[in-house]
Design a protein around this ligand. Structure first.
Ligand code: GLN
Ligand code: ZN
Length: 754
């Protein structure tokens, strides 16, 4: 029979139950027992749902209280020495690793490949030891088995785990830790086997990267060791083609391989040809990264031809874990019916996988109704008048070469800006948002439900802006922000006002820990019908003589954090957004806003997995930013902001964006990033983040001064700004006020010695 399975299911719950439970626990509003019960219920629900959809193997271990990489760290007993915890972590300690505590900053966090999911980066030192230290996975397997679920435990493979970690001792090569880590994996696998597990999925997504040869060479000996005494191993790759490693993978002593043929369609035939008799080939054909309905007929055709070669050795699957898509489309009652018919969320994708497996096994006729529905939806989308706007296509065609160029070079602009703005040395600013308090969220919810009039909502938000401005003036910040009280989310806010976007009500996906985002859906050509931020910025500027930064989200970030239509090129969608933002930039300038920040937090995460594709992406991404920002006078200062990733290898592209000022996350990595900025000789102004806003910890002036001294050692002082790592929306006012007070003090101290 043709096995159908997923690589993982979203753990947050259709109504974000996990988020709510975890946050209630953190805030002491509920007990650990209550949290554990919520987790257990969610797991049971998600297993049942997949089983009822007709899937044969159900992933277990895709659940995590915070992050799947952190779960691996806990299981391997590799908690960071600096926290001083025993190998076996309590739940409270597990969360402290993720969030920091009074004594220790949180673990570093970075993006999971090219997704918007963030994992906690393992830290290795010369003294790192591994020891099986958590029973969570085994307990969950038993839990699933007790429910009659055919459990397929999921682990992050040892090579991916090590590769994605970071060395914290000089001279250490994390690959050298492999002999220490493998015995623990062997123990884990042996225990799973003892539990009666037949298949275990080991994720090695690093195979989709262009790996250094020594890492590639480690796969064979590693899996030779692991395969002994283990359940059947399904080695899972995803996010890109692994066809470059075809020989290695076919020869690997594992019982099965999973490949992602949504991202790497050419792999399918390459792998199926001469595929070893003894191995399963799991083919990921239902997109785990996007919300468009599968073209079942096209998929079936591919699968049928693979089935001719592979027979029951062919498994049908999602391309990757479904954690990157929302849980259930059935909850959506407000979506346009036509658009809704084009979509599939995790629950629907499970059914698609099961349907395809059935079609493979029992023939096309066995799934005739599903094929007909899929065909109808596909046709309604292709011919829909909702998706095409001639004026947008024409505006893009008619762009001139000068449309992505500022009027003068940076040196001239910055002189003009200094004359205009008269900022002190080491100007202080923040990244945009201030705490999204319960009152703000309540007001927005009431407004959305029609319980608060537009006028009252506006008054409430203006009150918030006033409060933020007064606070910033009191603290003595130099460049103010309005605080983004009116924004639910930096992408959703713009998507809601642009044409070509639509929104789900419950389409949440996990971004990190308890933080979820509800990505807009870009289904059609994008236009801006009216100004989106001008009135708020104008109001904020009217309250102060200090410069007020206008605050926009950049085209790449809007693109990256949306579910993007798959019927035109991403580059073309980016340019459509860029033109809408360009119009907004122009309107802000005309309204007297002299500094405009365009956040491109997601620039790096848009990078293709393979380096050979980077240059092409960066060229269109940078051009989109420049088209969005180049329309202003020299005196108007353009800022950009980026966070939570390594930028070292794309510095030329960041410089090519030609923002006058970049504010950037650096505090968690202790300013490491700046070495690269200095080596590259980054030409424009830069504000290295000195306050880690993802931790409740208030940094002292001494902490931040230390970071600024490090920054000053590598960046010319006249180019430096002082600011937090990112927006402050997730923090509380008390900690924000204390931290910013210290931050301003640092500026004063630096100015005094200058
Ligand atoms: N301006 C945004 C904010 O402050 C930036 C957020 C981000 O970079 N993720 O919230
Ligand atoms: Zn940020």
């Amino acid at each position: 029979m043709t096995i159908a399975h997923t690589l993982g299911f979203p753990r947050i719950g259709a109504q974000r139950e996990l988020k709510q439970a975890v946050e209630a626990y953190w805030q002491g509003r509920s007990s650990e027992a209550e949290l554990l019960a919520t987790g257990k219920n969610l797991r049971a629900r998600h297993w049942a749902l997949q089983r009822e959809a007709g899937l044969n193997l159900i992933p277990v271990g895709d659940f995590a209280w915070y992050d799947q990489m952190l779960n691996m760290t806990a299981m391997l007993g590799a908690a960071l020495a600096r926290f001083g915890f025993a190998a076996q972590l309590s739940l409270a300690e597990y969360f402290q690793l993720a969030r920091g505590n009074a004594a220790q900053p949180a673990m570093e966090m970075t993006k999971w490949f090219d997704t918007n999911y963030h994992y906690l980066v393992p830290e290795f030192s010369a003294t790192t030891e591994f020891k099986l230290s958590s029973d969570w996975l085994f307990d969950e397997v038993s839990e699933a088995q007790a429910l009659g679920v055919n459990a397929k435990p999921v682990l992050i493979g040892p090579l991916t785990y090590l590769y994605l970690g970071k060395e914290k001792s000089a001279g250490l090569n994390r690959l050298d830790l492999l002999p220490k880590i493998l015995p623990v994996y062997q123990q884990i696998l042996a225990r799973l086997k003892k539990l009666g597990v037949e298949w275990v999925q080991i994720d090695e997504p690093i195979l989709a990267l262009e790996l250094p040869p020594e890492w590639l060479a480690a796969f064979r000996p590693t899996y030779e060791k692991l395969a002994l005494g283990a359940p059947n191993i399904l080695l899972a790759t995803y996010f890109e083609s692994v066809v470059a490693h075809l020989d290695l993978l076919q020869a690997l002593p594992v019982a099965g391989l999973h490949i992602d043929i949504v991202r790497g369609p050419e792999q399918a035939t390459a792998f199926a040809r001469h595929y070893p008799e003894s191995k399963i080939l799991s083919v990921g054909i239902v997109d785990g990264r996007n919300i468009w309905r599968n073209n079942l007929a096209a998929s079936l055709q591919i699968l049928q031809s693979l089935h001719e070669q592979l027979g029951d050795r062919l498994w049908v699957a999602t391309s990757c874990s479904l954690q990157h898509v929302p849980v259930d489309l059935a909850q959506e009652t407000k979506l346009d019916k036509t658009i809704k018919s084009w979509l599939a969320f995790a629950t629907q994708k499970c059914a698609e996988v099961a349907t395809l497996a059935k079609g493979v096994q029992h023939g096309t006729a066995s799934i005739a109704p599903q094929l007909a529905q899929s065909l109808k939806a596909g046709e309604s989308r292709v011919y829909s008048p909702l998706i095409f706007k001639r004026e947008v296509r024409e505006r893009i065609k008619n762009l001139q070469p000068c449309d992505d160029q500022r009027r003068s070079p940076f040196a001239q602009r910055i002189a003009a800006q200094q004359a205009e703005l008269k900022l002190p040395a080491y100007p202080t600013t923040t990244i945009g948002s201030f705490p999204q308090t319960a009152e703000i969220r309540q007001a927005r919810a009431a407004f959305k439900q029609g319980k608060l009039s537009t006028a009252d909502y506006q008054t409430a938000m203006q009150g918030e802006i006033r409060h933020a401005v007064q606070m910033q003036e009191k603290l003595g910040l130099d460049v103010l922000v309005h605080g983004e009280a009116e924004r639910n989310d930096m992408v959703e806010y713009f998507g809601e006002q642009l044409q070509g976007f639509c929104f789900s009500e419950f389409g949440w996906v996990q971004s990190y820990g308890s933080r979820c985002v509800k990505p807009p859906i870009i289904y059609g050509d994008i236009t801006r019908a009216h100004a989106m931020t001008v009135e708020w910025s104008r109001y904020a500027q009217s309250l102060t003589d200090k410069p007020m930064k206008g605050m926009l989200t950049g085209p790449i970030t809007i693109l990256q954090w949306s579910f993007v239509r798959n019927d035109i090129l991403r580059a073309d969608v980016a340019m459509q957004i860029a033109l809408a933002i360009r119009d907004e930039v122009q309107d802000l300038e005309q309204a007297g806003i002299r500094i405009i920040q365009i956040d491109e937090a997601a620039l790096r995460e848009g990078l293709p997995i393979k380096r050979r594709d980077w240059a092409h992406y960066l060229a269109w991404a940078v051009r989109a930013f420049r088209v969005a920002t180049s329309c202003v006078a020299d005196t108007t200062q353009i800022h950009t902001h980026m966070c939570y990733s390594e930028f070292n290898d794309i510095l030329p592209a960041i410089a090519a964006m030609d923002a006058d000022v970049i504010t950037i996350e650096t505090s968690r990595s202790d300013m490491e990033l700046l070495d690269a900025f200095s080596a590259f000789n980054y030409p424009n102004d830069i504000g290295p983040g000195v306050y880690d806003i993802h931790s409740p910890r208030v940094p002292s002036a001494a902490d931040m001064l230390h970071l600024m001294h490090k920054a000053r050692a590598v960046i010319a002082p006249e180019r430096l700004w002082i600011n937090p790592d990112c927006g402050l929306k997730t923090r509380g006012w008390i900690e924000v006020e204390a931290a910013l007070k210290n931050m301003v003090q640092v500026a004063h101290e630096l100015r005094a010695v200058a």
